[in-house]
Design a protein around this ligand. Structure first.
Ligand code: MTE
Length: 317
């Protein structure tokens, strides 16, 4: 059934998510540690050294986090394997099988610079920062401009917590997000030099501060897999998916409306606001309906992706 759908990559049997495999670097580090202890070659040391989840992924500490009752829409979650193998992350590939192209991507150490028009600019280490945040899980609907949709449990914290830390000045009217550009680890960058890398996005400050605007550190009860935008990405559930930048390295509070990656390429097709709206067709995709990526069900698209009651006031509704 899946193969009838355009763009759906069918997984070969035996495919394992990245998280299920101990990365080579972790393995090498473990071996070096054992050697330093002078235990190289001692059978028990190797066999008792557990490849725990936390060791394979340092961001795994504390997972899974409790699911919020307030953000838990009725209906089934999208199948995790489908959502993890059908991604948009152009720094790796223009196709949906991003998970096959991320093996060189290193997400530790990872610095995030937060600055611009703020009282307390700072550079944080993602691992320390995330572990100091009160994390919870929220289930959100997610709608891509390509007219596909999913329902996903994101772990994370509200973006407003970032503002609490750095204290934006009154002149800050927008927030600009800049994401990682590591051509040696992200093959899509070199393969597509016509794009204005790094990927960058922006929100009005009132949109950024809205309680739904989410800094996601995990998905499906685990830290973000690389294809989802590890270690930290934004999720803005009432806007088309391209407004949710992945693998963020810089957050800047600014006075003027910033340009965005897609707007730079095609301003008419990808305007700054880009709220989900079934009444406004994109030149290539009618936005009236959407296809659930796992079941293939076609459902009617709702204005603001169904979050109108919460966000309508931002737009005078
Ligand atoms: N962020 C970066 N850095 N690079 C990208 O190519 N694609 C965007 C958005 N964030 C993208 C990105 C688009 S078009 C979509 S639809 C969503 O990520 C897809 O998120 P998902 O793969 O978690 O479903």
């Amino acid at each position: 059934m899946l193969s009838d759908m355009p763009n759906v990559i069918v997984r070969p049997d035996g495919w394992l998510p990245d998280k299920a495999v101990t990365p080579e670097t972790a393995f090498v580090n473990r071996r070096r540690f054992v050697q330093q202890l002078g235990l190289a070659g001692v059978g028990w040391a190797a066999s008792r050294w557990p490849a725990s989840a936390a060791e394979a992924d340092p961001y795994a500490k504390g997972y899974p986090f409790p699911r919020s009752k307030d953000f838990n829409p009725a209906g089934a979650l999208t199948d995790e394997k489908v959502a993890s193998t059908y991604n948009n992350f152009y720094e790796f590939t223009l196709r949906k099988d991003v998970h096959r192209h991320v093996s060189k991507f290193q997400t530790t150490p990872w610095k995030i610079e937060i600055g611009g028009l703020v009282e307390r600019p700072m550079t944080v280490d993602a691992l320390d920062w995330v572990s100091s945040m009160p994390l919870e899980e929220r289930v959100y609907r997610f709608r891509c401009v390509e007219a596909w949709a999913m329902v996903v449990p994101w772990t994370g914290f509200p973006f407003s917590k970032v503002a609490d830390l750095v204290k934006p000045k009154a002149e800050a009217k927008f927030v600009r997000f800049i994401t990682a550009s590591k051509p040696e680890q992200m093959p899509g960058i070199g393969d597509n030099p016509e794009y204005p890398w790094p990927y960058f996005e922006g929100l009005r400050i009132d949109e950024a501060m809205h309680p739904l605007t989410w800094m996601a550190t995990g998905v499906y009860g685990k830290p973000l897999a690389k294809q989802f935008g590890a270690p930290l990405r934004l999720v803005v559930p009432w806007k088309y998916g391209y407004k949710s930048p992945k693998s963020i390295v810089k957050i800047e509070f600014v006075a003027e409306q910033p340009k965005t990656f897609w707007e730079t390429l095609q301003a008419r097709e990808y305007p700054f606001e880009s709220n989900v709206d079934p009444g406004v067709p994109h030149p290539r995709w009618s936005q009236a309906t959407e296809r659930m990526i796992d079941t293939g069900d076609r459902v009617k698209t709702k204005k603001y992706n169904g979050y109108g009651e919460a966000v309508g006031r931002l737009y005078g509704a």
